[in-house]
Every structure is written in C-alpha cells, then in structure tokens.
Design a protein around this ligand. Structure first.
Ligand code: PLP
Length: 408
C-alpha cells in the first residue's frame, strides 16, 4: 500500500494571501467604482534594469547561432556570474567569499526551502516569529516538528521578534542546532547591527550550530554601519550559509535568479560527532536535483554588476525606498509606532490594540488600501500590519492620503 508523508498533514493551510484576495474581490464587487491600491504583497512593480534587458537580448541572440549556442550549463552557475558575485557582493566589502563557494539558483525561496535536506531530521530548529513562512513549512514537511497547537508547531524554538527587542530576536535559552535569521527582515523591515550579528555567530560557534542567513533584501540597506553579509562578521565562514536573490534587488521576481553561499569551512557533524563539510553535501544535492539557471538569465544577472547595472539597481531600490520613507513619515504622523522602511521595503505597523484583520478590513473599507495582516506571519505578528513599498510613488501618495482621511 502506498502511503503518504504524513508530515504534510500537519501543515496549516496558508490562507493568508487567498483570504486577502477573497476579501479584496468581494469588496471590489460591492464597490466596483472604488480604485484599490495594493500595498500588501511583496512583489516588485517596476521593469528590469536596462543593463539586464540588454544582456538578456544579447544572450538570447547567442542561443540563436550554432557557434555560440549553449546547452546544459554548470549546475552551480557560470563562472562569469560567480566571479562577479564574489568580487562585487563580498570581496568589495571585505568579506571573504570565493566564486566556487557560490551556488547560482532560480530563487532564494527554493534554496531556503531545500537547504534543510542536508541536515538530520532530529536537530533542533530555531525560527523567528513573525517569519517568512518557507522556513517553517519546509521543516514541518521534513518531520522536524510536532503538531500545530496554540498557533505554533511543537518541537520548534521560536525566536520572538517584538517591540521589546526592537524586532531582533534574543539568543535562545535552550541549545539549538539550526538558526534561521533574515535581515533586513521580511515582514518587519528591521535590521541587525554587526555587534548583534556577532552574538549569533559566537552562539553558533559555541553550540556547534549553523546559521541560515537570508539576505534577500540586502540591496535596500543604506546605513553603511549595517552588515550586508554575515561574512562581514569574523568567524562566520565556519557556521553560516547565506542566501541572496535578484528578485527584489533588480526586479527579477518573474525572471528568477538567486544564489546561496556555502563556505568551504562550514561544518556540521555526523552521528559519531565527526566534522563534516557542508559544501560537498550542498554541491551534491544541487547537482543531483537542479539543472542550473538558463544562460540568458545568468547573463542578465551578471549585468547587475556592470557600471550601468549598479547605477540602475541603485535607482530601482532608491525608488522603492522613497515610497517606504513616505509611508513611514505619514504613518508616524498619524501616531502609529512602526519599524522598517529605512533599510527595507517593508513597514511593520503596530495597530494600537487592533486585531490584524480588523486593521486590514478598516483600511480596505475606508481607504481602499490593501495591506498584509501581521498575524499571517506568526503569533507575534498579531496586532500588526505590513505595508509594502512595492508600488508607484503616485499610488503610495494616494494611499497614504486616503489612510489619513480614514483615520481622522
Ligand atoms: N527570502 C525572503 C525573506 C523573501 O521575502 C523572499 C520573497 O519574498 C524570498 C526569500 C524569495 O526570493 P526569491 O524570489 O529569490 O525566491
């Protein structure tokens, strides 16, 4: 008899974005004349940088001639992209990362979801709350949790990210083996200082743990004192894996390209307590299950590092940060506490005692603005909403004027 992986039955159906879509659709039906502004979902709205489009066209033309055509590429990514990444994203900032430690992929979602496969199913996992749900669900699927009760999976160590700790979780009081951290954070938009990150690296070294550092929003950092990579912290190479993505950096959400860094010294242990390198394990997994990103897309990603590409990416992220600054300014003027928006495209707003969905409904009904209810990201998100800066400046201006009107 064929049986299923019953861990899947423990998963909580993610109603968040479908519930939002349903409420928005029924509101639209009831008020066909109302123009809805969406500041909910974290998807970019602006076109790819011109340098990327140019590279994409040129690479597509190469595929059109036998002499320059390319078939299967290296699963880990082409050398031209891995070299450009190592040089520009790491060595230029004093972080020691080599091209052969970079694994190019089609998304940080896939990578942050798949990486847990190389670790034992019996390890203790620490996961932030609120959280990007992929970290949580993939560990549930793998059987690293108990059942879901009182809004949480049993067997996990939740790292509360709340106002009291400025939305940067404290070290766990129990010993954990695998730690998920994401900065700049989705959904809160909070950032971590180098000193705070060092405490996590030290913890991982002392406890023989590994940190999975998701830096998908690194390109939004403007405060030069903030770390862009965990490898800017001494000692991180032995205990940290980092994830990056071109999705929000360069508008690649529909184009798909990302990468993961697994340093050659990064280790975990076998059941006998012997040190085992993680680089060959991830390399094996990547080569067995992934065919590599297409040549034209890697060429487009490499164009991010050209002089023109760097300038255009900066303009793109500046555009969204200008939206974020406006949201932050207006929401603060209305008397709300919030975090994020300075070095991140998200603003996490404390609803002053309102339930997350109540706040959502109020903004939809009175302002025709869509946000994301914070409770959808975990128990600590209850009472918050997330506003995203991914829209046009004009729409953000309009949305904030309407929110102001609705709240007065
Ligand atoms: N990590 C975080 C924290 C995200 O918010 C997202 C996307 O929203 C991703 C990873 C996924 O990135 P990608 O589009 O590269 O799969």
């Amino acid at each position: 008899m064929i049986t299923i992986n019953e861990n899947y039955l423990k998963l909580q159906a993610s109603y968040l974005f479908s519930d939002i879509a349903k409420r928005v659709a029924s509101f639209q039906q009831a008020h066909p004349d109302r123009d809805i502004i969406r500041l909910g979902i974290g998807d970019v709205t602006r076109a790819l940088p011109a340098a990327c489009i140019e590279a994409l066209h040129a690479a597509t033309d190469e595929m059109a001639a036998d002499a320059s055509f390319r078939g299967y590429g290296p699963e880990q990514g082409y050398g031209f992209l891995r070299e450009a990444i190592a040089e520009n994203d790491f060595r230029a900032r004093g972080a020691d990362v080599n091209a052969d430690e970079i694994f190019v992929s089609d998304g940080a979602k896939c990578d942050t979801g798949n990486i847990q496969e190389i670790f034992s199913t019996t390890i203790k996992i620490a996961i932030p709350d609120p959280v990007y749900p992929v970290y949580l669900d993939t560990n549930v699927m793998a059987g690293r949790t108990g059942i879901f009760a009182d809004g949480r999976y049993q067997g996990l160590c939740y790292l509360d990210s709340v106002r009291e700790n400025n939305y940067v979780p404290r070290l766990p009081s129990e010993a954990v083996d695998l730690i998920y951290l994401c900065f700049p954070n989705n959904p809160t938009g909070s950032t971590i200082s180098k000193e705070q990150l060092r405490t996590w690296v030290d913890y991982a070294r002392e406890n023989r743990a590994v940190i999975l550092f998701d830096a998908a929003y690194e390109a939004f950092i403007r405060d030069e004192s903030l770390p862009r990579s965990i490898y800017e912290v001494e000692g991180a190479r032995e205990v940290a894996i980092e994830f990056r993505s071109y999705s929000k950096t360069a508008g690649f959400t529909g184009t798909r390209c990302a990468y993961t860094v697994v340093p050659k010294e990064c280790v975990a242990y076998d059941s006998q307590g012997n040190r085992q390198l993680l680089h060959p394990l991830w390399n094996r997994r990547h080569c067995t299950k992934f065919n590599g990103v297409s040549y034209p897309i890697q060429k487009a990603a490499a164009a991010v590092y050209s002089e023109a590409g760097k300038k255009q990416v900066r303009e793109l992220t500046d555009y969204y940060l200008r939206n974020a600054a406006l949201i932050k300014k207006e929401i603060t003027a209305l008397g709300f506490d919030s975090v994020g928006g300075d070095n991140a495209p998200y603003i996490w707003i404390d609803g002053q005692g309102r339930d997350s969905w109540e706040f959502f409904d109020m903004l939809l009904n009175k302002a025709s603005v869509v946000c994301t209810p914070g409770s959808g990201f975990g128990r600590c998100g209850q009472g918050y909403i997330r506003l995203s800066a991914f829209n046009s400046y004009e729409n953000v201006q309009k949305a904030m004027a309407r929110i102001k009107q609705a709240l007065l």
